[in-house]
Design a protein around this ligand. Structure first.
Ligand SMILES: CC(C)(COP(=O)(O)OP(=O)(O)OC[C@H]1O[C@@H](n2cnc3c(N)ncnc32)[C@H](O)[C@@H]1OP(=O)(O)O)[C@@H](O)C(=O)NCCC(=O)NCCS
Length: 133
């Protein structure tokens, strides 16, 4: 199963219960948002599948213009460290380009900076504020 081929699907619109389960497994906590609404606002998303099973996911949010933001990169722990996350992000970069974005943003925790560098992201100064604290 772990060595089974992985297929990458654009806009699979997974059932929310499936996506929530993948979220919990990947992040170890419940999603903060209603994922049905997140999917409805998506510029595009990519799912990684092993057979029928969703094992990875990444989402793109857009501003309707030239900017897009990469969000919610996740791979089920049973399938991590075999290149699926990198492949998902590269598919999402290509998808953002096809959907008309010219700039793709991402932010992450420091330990994942090398992961995103290897996916093609350059460094930038950015800011982040928690609004509900
Ligand atoms: C981050 C995540 C998506 C990576 O998925 P993945 O399929 O394991 O990634 P890859 O196999 O493509 O990793 C490629 C390289 O990135 C780096 N990398 C991947 N995960 C890493 C981690 N958790 N910590 C540090 N470096 C990591 C490694 O250099 C890795 O190469 P290696 O396996 O040869 O050492 C996955 O760990 C995950 O779902 N984490 C929980 C959710 C999360 O934090 N998402 C990030 C949101 S910004």
């Amino acid at each position: 199963m772990m060595d089974a081929p992985v297929s990458y699907v654009t806009d699979p619109f997974p059932p929310v219960s499936i996506l929530e389960a993948l979220w919990r497994a990947s992040w170890g906590k419940d999603p903060e948002a209603d994922l049905q609404i997140v999917l409805a606002h998506s510029l595009g998303h990519v799912g990684a599948h092993v057979g029928e099973r969703l094992v990875g996911f990444v989402n793109l949010a857009g501003d309707g213009g030239v900017h897009a933001f990469l969000l919610d990169t996740m791979v089920h722990p049973d399938f991590q460290r075999r290149g699926i996350g990198t492949h998902l992000v590269r598919e999402a970069i290509a998808l953002a380009r096809r959907r008309g974005a010219r700039w793709l943003h991402v932010d992450c925790e420091p330990h994942l900076e090398p992961f995103y560098r290897r996916c093609g992201f350059g460094p930038t100064a950015a800011g982040l504020i928690r609004l509900d604290a």
